[in-house]
Design a protein around this ligand. Sequence first.
Ligand code: PBG
Length: 334
Amino acid sequence: MSFPLIRHRRLRGNTAIRNLVREHALSVHDLIYPLFAVPGTGIREEIPSMPGVYHLSLDMLTSELDEIVELGIQGILLFGVPEHKDECGSGAYHEHGIVQEATRYIKQRHPQLLVIADTCLCQFTSHGHCGVVHHNEVLGQAEVDNDASLEFLVATAVSQAQAGADIIAPSNMMDGFVHAIRTGLDEAGFRHVPVMSYAVKYASAFYGPFREAAHSAPQFGDRRTYQMDPANVREALREAESDVVEGADFLMVKPALAYMDVIRLLKESFDLPVVAYNVSGEYSMVKAASAQGWIDEKSVVLEMLTGMKRAGADVILTYFAKDVARWLMELPRN
Ligand code: PBG
């Protein structure tokens, strides 16, 4: 008998055969690009820890949107960075809030581009938490009040839908938020608007650059009373299950890179589309290392995102979306 008994290399011999047996491929249709809109005019400010990502005033959004559409990217995730913040995040649900204004602006110019509105209060609250804060007399400390926050989150979601948002993406991690938002949307006549739930969102250090970008770092304490402990995975099932029962249309896992097992678990456990959020810290790490010449950016990004697909992601939210769209247009990989 000849040795080796089994020759795996037969299927790796040349480009054509590798293309033939490739199991997973990225498509531009998988990608969603996050955008940060700010009030004012003439603003195009690069976020220092996220090279290539900008704060954009509406007038400066135009060329960015044209580029996104031209690259074939079908959707954007919209964040707003307001001028003024207050205790209950009123800028999040104001008819003329930055997200509402940006949504109207985008839908006017590119009606076919999916606007996914991030539904959270943390960019809009003076304390930087994702809900409203009350003083707990018993514990003698401030805490994020779950049930009181829901009403503000519903108001935010409804006002985003009224402005024309195609998908509502609540990222606040309050209990019951999917049910509350689904009911609120239905009652306001937005039965057709899907909810992309940040179902499993970990209390992660990988959000560092985003918080700089969105000026949304909590002013006291941290988010560990509402975001999940990175050590837990069975709890992710409970989180996702409640969102499914409450009517979520997509389940998101965030961050992505350190949580590939969670992506796979959700894919196997539920029938809903799974979304992976390739977050700011994951972006910044790659940017920093490639600027040093330590890694090859394109290969690393494609490998990372293909890994997310392999893990089970149907959709990938990524600051690399434009680059990936460009790379996918180039000659096929070998
Ligand atoms: C708001 C929100 C955060 C991110 C998206 N929505 C930050 C946080 O929870 O602190 C992070 C996105 C990223 O890091 O790219 N709740």
